[in-house]
Design a protein around this ligand. Structure first.
Ligand code: ADP
Length: 348
């Protein structure tokens, strides 16, 4: 089920009886489907047509069983012409120039290790010989500068008026955390301003030629994830979860969101999968065993790898020492290398 099917259904209805030549799809300014709920913003071409348009939308979508709830809002300004060449959805996905593969790392909830995974995965891809960038899109909790040991550094602007990412451990890194006056400055951007910043991070940055740009998304299924997924060409998403029920419940939603906006989900990474006792070598499945596998089967997802709980990973991360670089022989680093290989194989 894709938004395209919904747009096709909307195309079938017009308002010719009240002298409007556009079909419903051509009135769409914004549209998103989350689970079974559809949110749509429509241009109101004439005052007083609200209920007629509402009825027509419901009629048009009555044959689309995946949509259970329709939330319609109206806007008085028409959709921008150039983005709507032939009643297409408002989002035409743009590739990031010079970037071969954009990989989005998402999670259902915070604290499952998404940023740790994104950072080490980017470095693991670089260890495989690829040119790699890492973009921290977790605007409200940017932790990549800490993880990469570049907390005090600040990005500069090039002669071409583009952002210059910081280079560390052989990869290019950009994060809002590298632009704020100080670490404690709160980010209060919302909606359009936030999207403008992210668009700039992607398109107005000297990324150069990259094989992989790894995007650390904010947790959950909010506007940032949806807007990015709808506007930027993403090769694939990777979802990170721990085996805890609370994390799994939310990662289901994240997976569905990517699929609904037609972003292929490359697979799931199980973080904090088990703990290996250093004295005996015995594995303890602290948060339960087999739950992520069960989820992967239900959602037809590949498990890209399982990463153990490692207290040293946490300490080293806080010190800005990514294990893939500083302790390449550790169990955790080897797990990240395995995941990177799988992703590279997958994307070619
Ligand atoms: P998120 O980006 O999902 O919010 P983080 O990557 O910031 O999560 O990780 C949250 C905390 O968990 C950090 O302190 C991190 O060092 C720690 N952590 C992540 N993965 C592991 C792991 N496999 N073993 C031990 N600690 C981990």
């Amino acid at each position: 089920m894709a938004v395209k099917d919904i747009m096709d259904a909307l195309k079938s209805k017009d308002l010719s009886e009240v002298g409007i030549k556009e079909n419903l799809a051509q009135l769409v300014k914004d549209i998103k489907l989350v689970g079974e709920d559809l949110d749509v913003v429509l241009y109101l071409p004439k005052p007083g047509l609200e209920s007629l348009i509402r009825d027509k939308v419901h009629e048009a979508l009555s044959g689309v069983p995946e949509v259970k709830k329709i939330n319609i809002r109206f806007s008085e300004s028409p959709p921008p012409k150039q983005e709507f060449p032939s009643g297409q959805p408002a989002f035409t996905r743009r590739p990031v120039p010079g970037v071969r593969h954009l990989i989005a790392i998402g999670s259902g909830k915070g604290g499952v290790g998404k940023s740790t995974v994104a950072t080490n995965l980017a470095l693991a891809l670089r260890n495989l010989g690829y040119k790699v960038g890492l973009l921290d899109a977790d605007i409200y909790g940017p932790s990549v500068p800490t993880l990469m040991g570049i907390k005090g550094e600040r990005v500069t602007v090039s002669e071409r008026n583009k952002l210059v990412p910081i280079e560390k451990f052989g990869i290019k890194v950009l994060s809002i955390g590298l632009m704020l006056p100080s670490e404690d400055t709160p980010v209060i951007w919302r909606g359009p301003m936030l999207m403008k910043a992210l668009t700039q991070f992607l398109f107005d940055t000297e990324w150069g030629e990259l094989d992989y740009l790894v995007l650390d998304l904010p947790p959950g299924t909010g506007d940032v994830q949806l807007t990015l997924a709808q506007n930027v060409e993403i090769s694939g998403a990777v979802v990170v979860t721990t085996p805890q029920d609370v994390a799994l419940a939310d990662v289901r939603k994240a997976t569905s969101m990517f699929r609904e906006v037609n972003v292929p989900v490359l697979g799931v990474i199980e973080n904090m999968a088990y703990f290996t006792c250093p004295d005996t070598g015995k594995k303890y499945y602290i948060f339960g065993k087999g739950k992520v596998a069960e989820f992967a089967v239900t959602y037809n997802l590949k498990i890209l790898g399982s990463i153990p709980v490692d207290p040293e990973l946490s300490e080293r991360s806080d010190r800005g020492e990514p294990v893939v670089v500083t302790h390449p022989d550790s169990e955790v680093a080897r797990a990240f290398m395995g995941i990177a290989k799988m992703i590279a194989q997958n994307l070619g």
